[in-house]
Structures are given as structure tokens and as C-alpha cells.
Design a protein around this ligand. Structure first.
Ligand SMILES: [Ca+2]
Ligand SMILES: [Ca+2]
Length: 162
């Protein structure tokens, strides 16, 4: 995933200790969210989210739809501010080339995002499906499996992300 050069993003940087935004940055994220949330529902529908992702990333339509479904953690059919905050942190970590830091600092969150069928394990198929969000290309994915897949059954366990 590539992040488009936007003035807005230049102002946002993750605090290196925990890879999250500062309070000041958080205000900017809330402002962004409210600007997109034109219907004042405190939630973004698929179309609003789609437009945001199209403006900020190079993801394909199909990929954005997958991200929407995965990001909708509480399965409300909408992206609320907490979910939006998560994607903005991911976008910024990508912009700053700190995806790996982000993944290791927020292993549990990332794990839940990747574990589509909530099986408690991540298969190669699942990693392929949304790994692009963290720029896990097929080479990186293979490396992760070579490194961690001790049993050779192409299943990653949660332990492996910690
Ligand atoms: Ca939601
Ligand atoms: Ca799974």
C-alpha cells in the first residue's frame, strides 16, 4: 500500500514509544472524521470510507472493501471513530515506513485484523488477503512463515506476533 502525499498527513506522526498519535494529532483525526461524516452519524458508511481511502492510498476498490469489512471490528456496518483512528495510525506508520514497528507494538490488534475467521491463528491465505495493509508482500509473508511456521502447516499462532 502506498500513501498519497497529502499536506494533512505531513502534520501527523506517531509517537515512537507506542506508535500512537499525540493528543494534538488526535484532535486532527477527529476533525478529519467529522469532516467526512457529513450525515453527522458519528460513523462512516462504506461509501464515505471508500472515498477517504481512495484519496489517501493506492488501494484498489476490492482491497478497500476488504479493509472496510475487516476494520469494522464491532460489525456495526459502519466505521466509528475508534476504528477510523486505527486505520489512520496504520496509514501514518506506512507513510513513515514504520509498519513493522507498528505491527510489533500492536500485535494483538493487528492479529485480530488479520485473523478473518477468528480461529486464533493466521493462515497464509488470511495474510495474503489483507497483508498489503502493512506492505506485507508475498516475499515478506514467505519470510514470516519460514521464520515462524515450525509445524509447517502454514498456520501462524498468536504467539508468533509477540
Ligand atoms: Ca464499526
Ligand atoms: Ca484465522
Amino acid at each position: 500500500m502506498k500513501i498519497k502525499t497529502l499536506k494533512l498527513f505531513e502534520y501527523l506522526n506517531l509517537v515512537s514509544s507506542d506508535n500512537l498519535l499525540t493528543i494534538k494529532d488526535l484532535k486532527l483525526v477527529i476533525f478529519m472524521f467529522k469532516t467526512i461524516d457529513v450525515h453527522r452519524k458519528n460513523a462512516l458508511n462504506d461509501l464515505q470510507f471508500y472515498s477517504f481511502m481512495k484519496c489517501t492510498t493506492n488501494l484498489s476498490s476490492k482491497q478497500i472493501i476488504t479493509v472496510f469489512k475487516k476494520l469494522d471490528i464491532n460489525k456495526s456496518g459502519f466505521i466509528e471513530i475508534e476504528e477510523f483512528y486505527l486505520i489512520v495510525c496504520i496509514l501514518i506508520s506506512t507513510k513513515d515506513h514504520k509498519e513493522k514497528d507498528f505491527v510489533s507494538k500492536h500485535a494483538k490488534t493487528v492479529f485480530d485484523l488479520l485473523d478473518e475467521d477468528c480461529s486464533g491463528t493466521i493462515s497464509a491465505k488470511e495474510l495474503n488477503k489483507i497483508g498489503y495493509l502493512f506492505n506485507f508482500g508475498s516475499r515478506v509473508i514467505k519470510k514470516i512463515f519460514d521464520e515462524f511456521d515450525i509445524t509447517g502447516d502454514e498456520v501462524l499462532f498468536e504467539l508468533h506476533f509477540n
